[in-house]
Design a protein around this ligand. Sequence first.
Ligand SMILES: Nc1ncnc2c1ncn2[C@@H]1O[C@H](COP(=O)(O)OP(=O)(O)O)[C@@H](O)[C@H]1O
Ligand SMILES: [Mg+2]
Length: 326
Amino acid sequence: MPIIKVEGLSKKFGELTAVNNVSFEVEEGAIFGFLGPNGAGKTTTISILCTLLSPTSGRASIAGHDCAKEPSEVRKAIGIVFQDTTLDKDLTAYENLMFHAYLYDVKKGEMRKRIDDALHFVGLFERRDDLVKKFSGGMKRRLEVARGIIHRPRVLFLDEPTLGLDPQSRANLWEFIIGLQREYNTTIFMTTHYMEEAEVCNKIAIIDNGDIIASGTPDELKKTVGGDVIYINTPDNQKAKLEIERLFNVAVTEKDNELFLPALNGDASIPEIINAVGGKVLSVRLQRPTLNDVFLRMTGRQIREQNGSAEDTVRESVRAYRRRHG
Ligand SMILES: Nc1ncnc2c1ncn2[C@@H]1O[C@H](COP(=O)(O)OP(=O)(O)O)[C@@H](O)[C@H]1O
Ligand SMILES: [Mg+2]
């Protein structure tokens, strides 16, 4: 039985349909990635699941409890890490966790151990008596994860947990989140628009304008785009090119002393191609479509066009300058 079940869920704010007839299921112990651009309906969906908003229609349940009808049962089963920090900056790390443990009725005798375990888990035990206002962004986010797991929830919701963190802190945070899945079999429901991060998910749903436009494992989604490319370098590329073209009936291109060819199912094709050139291979690599390519194919847009790279920004301002100045 799936631990999260969402059926025909919709949420309207006046005229605006923020979430439109959305359905999906998440298996216990999975890392589920909910992807989509700004304004897609991710936070709205999470808020309904976390019993903070009621749906306009449809239903959602967690661990068998209806999110609208049994909110207190649902709340016992979940932990939440929201985008905006809700830590008390004038309390220490330990005090923040203690406060949360009281809220969740963690037994007095167990409280200390639970808090210590959580602090160890996110690597902040040594800093437990420091005021939170002295913490970096990455440390605060880790403390929030510690707080989210104090009551040992079966499902942990993380809404854009790595937004605004530097790459090192992002990597750290991911380590802890994956550790949670391994050690406690915690189900992770997270949103992100860093596509590389979505690669760690066991399952993904992509939401755009309130609609789920695709779902599956990262591999399944990438296969829908097709377009693996195999790069191969051999001692005699001319001969290899002719041989591969003859056997597989594909066009092989040579560029920068390397051959490349399209393949529908790259990893299965590599051994066949190596065989075709008699095992004489200097190097071989596979380029896969990214999840960003999946989003682009589905919507015609980049998922992060609102806040792309510095290069994108420069390119865009050059374009704008040219438009104005002809
Ligand atoms: N309380 C609200 N009142 C009115 N509109 C809202 C409210 N919350 C969200 N919205 C709108 O619903 C849409 C989905 O928002 P949200 O779920 O926050 O998207 P995401 O988290 O994917 O960025 C957006 O157009 C947003 O402006
Ligand atoms: Mg959001």
